[in-house]
Design a protein around this ligand. Structure first.
Ligand SMILES: [Zn+2]
Length: 84
């Protein structure tokens, strides 16, 4: 269990460094396929091309918490298998 908190902290620190660049980056739009999705507000992303809006992370399209949760679930599944 201790491993989880350590990994969580490391992931957040790593994400924090990337936040500045990610905030200004343009992302690919799922609706029209153009790379025109920009952050317009906290957690709100909008495609300049087709106007589609997305609710994402505050600073990135995918949230760090989501990635961490996904990894934890994978780890738990692995542990459950080995522990029988
Ligand atoms: Zn679009």
């Amino acid at each position: 269990m201790a491993n989880f908190s350590i990994r969580y902290g490391a992931s957040i620190r790593k994400r924090y460094r990337a936040v500045k660049a990610d905030k200004q980056a343009t992302y690919k739009c799922d609706m029209c396929g153009r790379g025109a999705v920009k952050r317009i507000n906290t957690s709100i992303w909008k495609c300049r091309h087709c106007g589609a809006t997305y609710a994402g992370g505050a600073y990135t399209m995918t949230t760090a918490a989501g990635e961490v949760a996904k990894r934890l679930i994978e780890d738990l599944a692995k542990k459950r298998r080995t522990n029988g």
